[in-house]
Design a protein around this ligand. Sequence first.
Ligand code: ATP
Length: 436
Amino acid sequence: MAKSSADKVMDKIVSLAKRRGFIFQSSEIYGGINSCYDYGPLGIELKKNVKELWWKSMVYERRDVEGVDASILMHPKVWEASGHVEGFTDPMIDCKKCKSRFREDKIDTSKPCPVCGNRDTFTEARQFNLMFKTFMGPVEDSANIVYLRPETAQGIFVNFHNVREASRQKLPFGIAQIGKAFRNEITPGNFTFRTREFEQMEMQYFVKPGEDEKWFDYWKQTRMEWYKRLGLNPEKLRFHEHGPDELAHYAKAAFDVEYEFPFGWNEIEGIHNRTDFDLSRHAQFSGKDMRYFDEAAREKYIPYVIETSIGCDRSVLTCLIDAYTEEEERVVLKFAPAIAPIKAAVFPLVKKDGMPEIAHKIVDDLSGDYRVFYDESGSVGRRYRRMDEAGTPFCITVDNETLENNTVTVRERDTMAQSRVAIAQLKNYLEEHLKS
Ligand code: ATP
């Protein structure tokens, strides 16, 4: 079958990601393992920057959100209370001819099988639980079953009182967490878009019942604003409101933030009004009082929760796709400076006349503040191209004029404009320009 243009774009991004050390197939030397990926030197920087930007806006820049880092393995009762044991399922169908497996809600079953092209070959749908099971301790017994968490949210709910008491927060306040989640997805795919192991960045905001709709609107707008800081093209972002048959069992209202990927519009973040479902269920299953005492109103109630839940790996992929630009003579990743893996590269024009020494000194001076890269191999033009592909916003070249007046050439990635900057002013220059 001929490849669609979406497939071709994705192929280019996957190949660039591998070649430049953003993302590798996991266990590649053994033939790889389906839907698992490793981040390379540039990928880990990009991912770290995305996480930092999220943490900064969700925790540091606010007074009403605290952080936690809960464990992946939790008491199995947590998943009974949350409804995951009973209901965290997807409808699975198989093609009887080619044995391919699909999520019934993600394909049109009136059309031929997308893999083998045969018609009317699908089995009836069966419900498949997406939680990974394992055993705690040496005995593989049903009494010892534990789950790899399928979402980070529950680690926040069970710590509601711990965090509230320790931080002396009053409603409304939130708890934020970044961490791994695992789902045994029926059809992982589209590179890191849907994988079985992934990271989430979640925040649960606890509010007084009756104020939930106001806060839901607030978080919807606040989260959309954040994508500007991430540097994504606003025209490729939109909200999708969940209809009554899409809503999760716990949700009163839900909006997805969607991005227009080469393979179509898809969710990157979910914003949910989870009502008092989770805390009520934990109260019921644990026997603990999960109510909040509202001093002003002199009453006790179970708070409502507004959740913002974004996939970290999925947003990193979105940044890669959004940044990917083909120009006449180059491929360039136009990352927002805040998330660019390398902020500046330093080149000596030639490997003599003391230029490498000056360039090394510049790298040393800047490295305390930024990830900086030194490169002396090949022509300056080729070095520029390599840095364009890595998404590095600035290239600094030490040349003959440097030897005369201690200035360097600074070349900007997107415009390719060059200017002369005094070495002593480089830190200020970068600080100012990396902000924008
Ligand atoms: P989908 O409909 O795509 O399966 P979901 O609605 O089940 O997603 P949520 O449970 O709301 O997803 O999870 C919140 C976020 O976590 C998603 O918006 C997505 O960014 C990320 N996420 C969920 N499942 C995966 C996965 N299998 N791989 C990568 N990221 C994921």
